[in-house]
Design a protein around this ligand. Structure first.
Ligand SMILES: Nc1ncnc2c1ncn2[C@@H]1O[C@H](COP(=O)(O)OP(=O)(O)O)[C@@H](O)[C@H]1O
Ligand SMILES: [Mg+2]
Length: 325
C-alpha cells in the first residue's frame, strides 16, 4: 500500500456521517475493515441494502488496493524483510526461533501475574536497541487497557540492560502510550496508531512494535452474556485483522496479551487450553502460554506455531527485567 495517512470511512461513496457512525460503533473503523467485510454483515450493521453494501465494499477495495493477487515473488520479497526481536533471554529466543517475528502477531496468555506485562515492557525497551543487540532500532506503540504501563519499570529495565550510555529518558521518548477506555476506543486507537506509524515511517526510529496490553480485557467485560459472544468474536476478529494490516505495512512486531483463568481440572486436562475461554482463537501467529513455577521461575510454552516445534523455556522476572534462570 502506498497511502501515507489512513483513509476515512467518509471517503467512501454513499457513506455520510450517520452511516459512518453506525459502522464505527459496530467496529468497522477503517476503510480496510470495509474492504474485507461480508456484504450481509455490513448491510445489517449499517442498516443499508445488500446492493449498497456490495458497492461500498467494492469502492473500499479499490481505495485500499486489496483483494488482488500478489505474485509468489512479491510474497517472497516481503517475507525476506522479516526481522526478529529478541527477548535477550537466550532460551526464550531459541524457543521463538530467534525472537518475535515482524509481520506477525504474538499472543502472550496466562493467569494474572504470570509475567505478560513484564514481557511487553521488556520488549518496548529491546525494540529500540540496534539489531546487533537483538533490537529493531525502532519505536514502540503501547495501547494500555488496564493502566498497567509503568515508566519506572522501563527505567529499571533500561538500567538492567547493562549497556553503556543507555539513557532511560531516551527510551521513554520512543514509547508512545495510549490508554484505551472501552473496546470501541481500543479499536479506534488502531487508527491513531496507523497515523502515528505513517508519520514516523521515514524517521530514524520507525515504529517496529505494536503492543496491546490487554487485548481482551475490555471485550471480555463488555460482552459477558451468552447472547453477545458472536458480536464479541466478530469485533475481535476485525480488530486482529486491522492489527495484521498494521504490522504488515510497517514490518513490525505485534504483541498482545490475553489473561486466562487457571483451570481447576488442570490435572486431568491440557493446561494450555484455557477454560476462561480463549477468545482470540487461532488468529495470532505465535502463542506463548506463561505460567509461574518454583522459586520465582516462570515458564513460557510455545503453542500451535505454524513453523516451530512446541517447547518450553524458563525465565526470571527481576528488577533488572527478564533474565535467564
Ligand atoms: N520491579 C520488579 N522486580 C521484580 N519482579 C517484578 C517487578 N515488577 C514486577 N515483578 C514481577 O512481575 C509480576 C507481575 O507480572 P505481570 O507481568 O504484571 O503480570 P500479568 O501477567 O498479569 O501482566 C509480579 O508479581 C512480580 O513477580
Ligand atoms: Mg498485565
Amino acid at each position: 500500500m502506498t497511502t501515507t495517512g489512513p483513509l476515512e470511512l467518509d471517503d467512501l461513496p454513499g457513506v455520510g456521517p450517520t452511516t459512518a457512525e453506525k459502522l464505527r460503533e459496530a467496529g468497522f473503523v477503517t476503510v480496510e475493515s470495509i474492504a474485507t467485510a461480508s456484504p450481509l454483515d455490513l448491510a445489517e450493521t449499517a442498516e443499508i441494502g445488500e446492493a449498497v453494501a456490495k458497492k461500498m465494499i467494492k469502492a473500499a477495495r479499490e481505495l485500499v488496493d486489496i483483494g488482488g493477487f500478489k505474485t509468489g515473488k512479491d510474497v517472497f520479497e516481503q517475507r525476506k524483510e522479516i526481522r526478529k526481536l529478541q527477548t535477550r533471554v537466550p532460551d526464550l529466543d531459541t524457543l521463538l526461533g530467534g525472537g518475535l517475528e515482524t509481520q506477525a502477531i504474538t499472543e502472550l496468555y496466562g493467569e494474572f501475574g504470570s509475567g505478560k506485562s513484564q514481557i511487553v515492557h521488556q520488549l518496548a525497551v529491546n525494540v529500540q536497541l540496534p539489531e546487533s543487540e537483538g533490537g529493531l532500532h525502532g519505536s514502540a506503540i503501547y495501547i494500555d487497557t488496564e493502566n498497567t504501563f509503568r515508566p519506572e519499570r522501563i527505567e529499571q529495565m533500561v538500567n538492567g540492560l547493562e549497556i553503556a550510555d543507555a539513557d532511560p529518558q531516551e527510551f521513554l521518548k520512543n514509547i508512545h502510550v495510549a490508554r484505551a477506555h472501552t473496546s470501541d476506543h481500543q479499536m479506534l486507537l488502531i487508527d491513531t496508531a496507523r497515523e502515528r506509524a505513517a508519520e514516523m515511517r521515514e524517521s530514524d526510529m520507525p515504529v517496529r512494535l505494536f503492543i496491546i496490553d490487554s487485548l481482551t480485557a475490555h471485550f471480555r467485560a463488555e460482552y459477558a452474556g451468552r447472547g453477545t459472544l458472536a458480536t464479541r468474536q466478530q469485533k475481535l476478529n476485525r480488530h486482529m485483522h486491522e492489527l495484521f494490516k498494521l504490522v504488515d505495512e510497517n514490518n513490525a512486531v505485534a504483541l498482545v496479551t490475553n489473561q486466562v483463568m487457571s483451570n481447576p481440572a488442570v490435572f486431568f486436562g491440557d493446561p494450555t487450553k484455557p477454560i476462561g475461554g480463549n477468545i482470540v482463537g487461532h488468529t495470532a501467529t505465535f502463542r506463548l502460554y506463561l505460567r509461574k513455577s518454583k522459586g520465582g521461575k516462570r515458564i513460557a510454552r510455545l503453542v500451535d506455531s505454524p513453523n516451530l516445534p512446541e517447547g518450553e523455556a524458563p525465565f526470571m522476572v527481576e528488577e533488572a527485567g527478564l533474565k535467564p534462570c
